[in-house]
Write a protein that binds this ligand. Structure first.
Ligand SMILES: Nc1ncnc2c1ncn2[C@@H]1O[C@H](COP(=O)(O)OP(=O)(O)O)[C@@H](O)[C@H]1O
Ligand SMILES: [Mg+2]
Length: 280
């Protein structure tokens, strides 16, 4: 049986479930706590056939996936995929270049900002280039609010504080769709239902099972392929006129609520896939 390392920082339900699933199928599972284990570039810490990157922190996930890849070990997901999925400008640009439909989005840099062409609106959605759980995602009802939001954003210091991602607001039906892809298939999908327009479950949205229609499957797999594949959470928005659009892709997705409402044992699917990939 292959030896599989689980890279983690703050273990959640998901990491515990994957570890148990790896043990249940007889894999040699190793835990690697990235915040207490120095990783030497090019020098493996131990014999490993494959690693699963499950760090919650984006910087931990990117850095440790790359470091482990330097040992000649495959990491699920690879550092490049985690990086690209974590950066919304990179993700949207890659998706668009692969002809995957996304909300109309403008990237504004520093002072030239509002003079650039804005997407349809108001309202507009402003979100950080790197971020998750719906944090700092905001909606501007007019140009004045938009200008104000951007100036607040610029007051914060950070790598991307002067790069603004301004998006059209999609009039979705009180929910979005989270689709889990694993290699070339979809394992589960849920609706995230909320009375608030921000539908992250961490912000109180309710998970409900969603049917995996041919259209959902096709679009999620195209998005996953554009990002480089692996185990991904692809988020779709339903536009009343254009149909499904891809909002973002998550490369270390949480799936506890998905297991609860769909009955699909996502952790077991991930463990089996990791073992198959480690043997290839
Ligand atoms: N352009 C948009 N139109 C309508 N709703 C949006 C739009 N962008 C984001 N949202 C809502 O806000 C939530 C959080 O935005 P998202 O881009 O997914 O950032 P995060 O990475 O923080 O989850 C989404 O799940 C969706 O419900
Ligand atoms: Mg999201």
């Amino acid at each position: 049986m292959p030896s599989i390392a689980l890279l983690y920082d703050h273990p959640r339900w998901e990491e515990k479930a994957i570890l148990q699933a790896l043990k249940d199928i007889g894999a040699d599972a190793k835990l690697l706590h990235v915040e207490t284990t120095p990783l030497r570039i090019g020098e493996p810490c131990c014999p490993i056939d494959l690693a699963l990157e499950r760090s919650v922190s984006f910087s931990n996930a990117v850095a440790t996936a790359f470091a482990v890849e330097s040992w000649g070990v495959r990491v699920l997901n690879p550092g490049t995929v985690i990086y690209l999925a974590g950066d919304k400008v990179a993700t949207l640009s890659l998706l668009a270049s692969h002809r995957v439909p996304v909300p109309e989005t403008t990237v504004l840099s520093g002072s030239n900002r509002i003079n650039g062409s804005l997407p349809p609106g108001p309202p507009w959605v402003v979100k950080p280039v790197i971020g998750s759980w719906g944090r700092m995602v905001a909606r501007a009802r007019d140009l004045e609010e938009l200008e104000q939001l951007l100036s607040y954003k610029e007051a914060a210091r950070g790598l991307y504080s002067r790069i603004h991602l301004v998006q059209e607001y999609i009039e979705k039906p009180g929910r979005d769709i989270r689709v889990f892809t694993l290699g070339d298939r979809v394992v589960a999908a849920i609706y995230r239902v909320s009375s608030h327009w921000i539908t992250n479950t961490s912000r109180g949205a309710r998970a409900e099972p969603a049917p995996v229609t041919g259209e959902i499957e096709d679009l999620a797999l195209r998005a996953a392929e554009a990002l480089g594949g692996g185990f991904l959470g692809v988020d779709l928005l339903e536009d009343p006129e254009r149909g499904l659009l891809v909002n973002e892709v998550n490369a270390v997705p949480e799936f506890k609520n998905t297991v609860r409402v769909t009955g699909v044992r996502v952790h077991m699917e991930v463990a089996r896939y990791a073992v198959e990939e480690a043997r290839r």
